[in-house]
Write a new protein. Sequence first.
Length: 314
Amino acid sequence: MNRRKGLFLVITGAIFWGIGGTVAKKLFQQYEIDIDWLVTTRLLIAGFLLLSVQYFGKDRSQVLGVWKNRRIAIQLIIFGLFGMLTVQYTYMASIQHGNAAVATLLQYLAPIMIIVYLIFRKHTVLTRRDLLTVSLALVGSFFLLTNGSISQLSVPTLAIVWGVLSGIALAFYTLYAVPLLKQYDSLVIVGWAMVIGGFALSFIHPPWQMGFTNLTLEAYSYLVFVIIFGTMIAFWFYIESLQSLLPKESSLLGSVEPLAAVLTTVFWLKEPFGFFQWVGTACIMGMILLLALKKRSFSDTSKPPENEEPLKVS
């Protein structure tokens, strides 16, 4: 029963993440919601909710205890500004200028960027599996962005630029979080990072200056879904799934996210998606699964420490 619960939680969370990006595109497209306002509000509300879950459900001393160490506090601020805020903003900007499917798939190029970085820093060596994953990522990106035509792009240039920046930011986010997660629960780190990022962006666009007055009930329901289901509950479900699943199993099942983003973009928003873009999507999905299976092979016999939980940010 616990395993079934874990499977339900991680798959539901991943689906919420994927659909959340598509719903955000709907808000940008149909209701002209300002991206700065949406990112600010999303981060602040979701961050405070995650910290509340930690305070009332787990070790509440960590919520404020993370600020007692000056070095950790500085690292957390850097993580919140250049990790969480940058990932969230670039991802949403890519969705605004393109669509959720392309934005999510480009963000999932982050593992390849991490592999390349670690090879250049000589922390790892290049393997055949690495070559295969890099090749899948490059071929997949080419087909996804060009639909097989070398003369023109099938996706707006700004969407590609923001999407690639989102992948770079996610790579930094993933690597920089490691020492923080060794000392504090992931809900505390991510919760505070969201609050820090949302607070910083508030100076550019305060959340109380909404800039819209004539939203329909449907639009408000979309906002609730993006903030609550697509951010807070999605992350919470993912973390809770780790109580009954191996972290690498959760990572593998988390690849449902880009699939959900692609399907909802094509069939709900009716965005055009060519044959070669489907081929590119399949290549990138294959790359994600290959990386997840590789990680899983090291965790079949023992469960890593809880502080090594993978993070999700979409």
